[in-house]
Design a protein around this ligand. Structure first.
Ligand code: ZN
Length: 211
């Protein structure tokens, strides 16, 4: 790997970004480098390039502890040690007070899993499909909810996937303990890309409402 292979506009972009940092921003990076991070929020979101997290919360460096994967999935406890380790670290070491799971509109991962399930869940040996098969319970719940109406299915499925991940997350041992102690709460979000608008999962109505 050589710098020459990397798009020059991004290297130039970094230099411009660095030059454009205000004194306050530079001081913040120095402080974070010296003293370490103390994020209060952990976020699980999709790898999708359109999700600019933590920017869409207008948050800066040091505030969000972020974990990304295809389709912002939290598998059931015991299925993904990388996920479990990050959650354990966030909850026990950083003592984050909030964990958010953020899905989004036109999620390619969720759509691919739907096509996969429609086709009868054939195994093609790919790690992607193996990973996405975790979504099966959310897919079935969404099918039941939309009653075969495909019009809103993808959105319903994306939101149901967030709920499923939150359910799985709540059963992780460190999360269960911290929630019980009243020092951690879980939140669901769904990002409408076209509107650049965040929607949060309202517990009372069990629906996603614009922030
Ligand atoms: Zn996605």
């Amino acid at each position: 790997m050589q710098n020459a292979d990397f798009p020059q506009n991004y290297l130039e972009g970094h230099r411009n970004w660095l030059e454009g940092l205000s004194e306050t921003e530079s001081s913040l990076y120095q402080k974070l480098g010296r003293e370490g991070q103390t994020p209060s929020v952990m976020a699980v979101t999709c790898c999708d390039s359109r999700i600019m997290l933590p920017d869409i919360f207008n948050a800066g460096p040091g505030e969000f502890f972020v974990l990304r994967n295809i389709a912002n999935l939290v598998p059931p406890q015991g299925q993904d040690n990388g996920m479990a380790a990050a959650v354990e670290f966030g909850v026990n070491a950083f003592k984050v007070q909030h964990i958010i799971v953020m899905g989004h509109a036109s999620c390619g991962g969720v759509a691919a899993s739907a096509a996969h399930f429609e086709a009868g869940n054939p195994s093609d040996g790919s790690l992607t499909l193996s990973w996405l098969s975790t979504l099966k319970p959310a897919y079935e719940a969404s099918k039941a909810k939309t009653g075969g109406d495909d019009k809103d299915f993808s959105t319903t499925f994306e939101k149901q996937a967030v709920k499923m991940s939150l359910d799985n997350l709540s059963a992780y041992a460190p999360v269960e303990a911290a929630v019980k102690e009243g020092r951690l709460s879980l939140h669901g979000f769904w990002f409408d890309i076209e509107a650049a608008r965040l929607n949060y999962l309202d517990a009372a109505s069990d629906s996603f409402i614009p922030v």
